[in-house]
Design a protein around this ligand. Sequence first.
Ligand SMILES: [Zn+2]
Ligand SMILES: [Zn+2]
Length: 234
Amino acid sequence: MSLPSSEIFVPRFRDECLLSRGTEVRDLLRVREETVLYVQPCTSERGKLMANIELRSGETECIDSGTLCALLEIHRRRFSELKCSQNLGVAKLMWKGREISIFKNGKIKIQRALNREEIIRVANSVARLIWGAELCEICGQPALNCASGACGKCVQEERVSIELDELPNAELLRQSQINLQLARKAAPDEAERLLNMARYQALFFTIEAPRKEDAVPGLVLLAEALQSGVPPKS
Ligand SMILES: [Zn+2]
Ligand SMILES: [Zn+2]
């Protein structure tokens, strides 16, 4: 078996593609102060905050429910509770002690937060977690389809080489790559286990990457791991 190289090639995406634009709540906040629409103490829990945040303004559907549930399923081991309804386009989860609701129109509700800084931090993690399910404005498909090239509209000709060692948490991406390679030669059951591991590591990398530019290789690898084998069941 050839060892994975220390560099990874990812496509360059068009400037207006959601993968290039990113989905940082922090960025949105700079542009529109009202992004955090409503912060107030929950009546039932004194001193604990609740916030409604929107990834995009308006009521139009901007998250693909099927992809949303699939992404949350991949990260399930990190949630103490998870419910996701593809039909309703709503997900509810408990993540690091916070109660989070995600709606297909891009609204996110965070409950039990301690302060505004924490709300922003949690909101940014959630935005990264569901980035792949958010609809790209160029092709109208979930960003994961842009990452895999399946949408046929967002990938540019050239590919960019990324030096793995220069990325924070590169080990997660490297492990994901190794598991993906191993899965291609493994027996079906073992292949499924390795692919699930590869998917988890690629998504975890995407969530943890400090900059959106660094997070993109995670989604590219995740898209590749989802195309191999059967997708995780929810
Ligand atoms: Zn796109
Ligand atoms: Zn696309």
